[in-house]
Design a protein around this ligand. Structure first.
Ligand code: ADP
Ligand code: TRP
Length: 311
């Protein structure tokens, strides 16, 4: 069976871009894979300095994963911070890669260009991600297109370590679902929480309605392109083409139909989410942390011996 590993930062509320670009695909792949799903809380700390917010977000991500269909009995759901081997291995990788190499990371450059604090954690972020992935002999990493380079960095870290200390890490492959590689937001640009153009994944129907009504439409064409580009992710084929033919120029009717189509997908997941208690969340994280730690420690025993810190 293939080993699958993915992670998500607990840095805010999920939107449908996160779901269609990452979560949905992960759930599909997890059906026939041996999987680990990690809440990247230490990665979130590179940008978030809000303990209460972080705590809430961590619990929310667990609920989100279970609600979209990840089975915590089969798949390991865990917090990055509860398996200390991640930060330990990241340090070893930091000592193998160069500053100019890390300086080429798009995500780092983009975040700094947007005015985020250029802290050292943000800079070495890719090596913590490499540790996440490589500790578990991962084969595939389902992520959105923006994370492709981070998986390339991961392969590079594996190669550098293997060359320096002997064959230890397996090279993972990113898995990007091309058709929805970039989900557009309400303004037509990439949907992202940092652009304020999102449609919430677990918002109430009213919130979804509000977001859909705010989709920017231009009056030049007969079909509202931005509405269509989101709609095609929820309905396909002739049914979608006919809907847009029948409602030519009727933007309100098309937006109403989009709200209904989103609701059909999200409604049942929202219900499942509401049934998950705080105690369930704690139990899932405890069990997942224990299972992940056991595997990570096995790998680190070998790594420590190879680098020479075990005497
Ligand atoms: P955001 O851009 O809102 O900050 P994150 O960076 O937290 O989102 O992304 C979490 C996951 O969701 C990543 O795997 C990312 O690639 C994916 N993702 C985020 N936004 C989109 C989008 N608009 N289209 C496709 N995938 C996305
Ligand atoms: N960097 C990823 C993001 O922003 C989150 C992440 C951390 C991750 N570690 C990972 C994703 C390991 C996949 C594998 O979305």
């Amino acid at each position: 069976m293939q080993r699958l590993f993915t992670g998500l930062q607990p840095s805010g509320t999920l939107h449908i871009g996160n779901y269609l670009g990452a979560l949905k695909q992960t759930v599909e792949l997890l059906k026939d894979a041996d999987g680990l799903v990690m809440i990247a809380d230490y990665h979130a700390l590179t940008t978030l300095k809000d303990p209460e917010g972080l705590r809430t977000n961590i619990a929310n991500v667990v609920r989100d994963y279970v609600a979209v269909g990840v089975d915590p009995k089969k798949t390991i759901i865990f917090q990055q911070s509860s398996v200390l081997q991640h930060t330990e291995l990241a340090w070893i990788f930091d000592c193998l890669v160069t500053v100019p190499f890390l300086m080429q990371a798009h995500a780092y450059k983009d975040k700094v260009a947007k005015g985020l604090d250029a802290n050292a954690g943000l800079f070495t972020y890719p090596m913590l991600m490499a540790a996440d992935i490589l500790l578990y002999d991962t084969d595939v990493v389902p992520v959105g297109a923006d994370q492709k380079q981070h998986v390339e960095y991961t392969r590079e870290a594996a190669t550098k370590f293997n060359l320096a200390f002997g064959e230890t890490f397996k090279a993972p492959q990113e898995k990007i679902l091309d058709a929805v590689a970039v989900v557009p937001g309400t303004d037509g640009k990439k949907m992202s929480k940092s652009y304020g153009n999102t449609i919430p994944l677990f918002g109430s129907k009213d919130e979804i309605q509000k977001a859909v009504m705010s989709i920017v439409t231009d009056s030049s064409g007969e079909s509202p392109e931005n509405v269509y580009n989101i709609h095609r992710l929820f309905r396909s084929g002739d049914s979608l083409v006919n809907l847009y033919k029948e409602n030519r120029g009727k933007y309100k009717a098309l937006k109403d139909a989009l709200v209904e189509d989103i609701e059909t997908v999200i409604g049942p997941m929202r219900e499942r989410r509401a049934s998950i208690t705080d105690a369930d969340v704690k139990a899932i994280l405890k069990d997942g942390g224990d299972r992940a730690r056991e595997q990570a420690e096995k790998k680190m025993i070998d790594v420590r011996r190879k680098v020479g810190v075990t005497i």
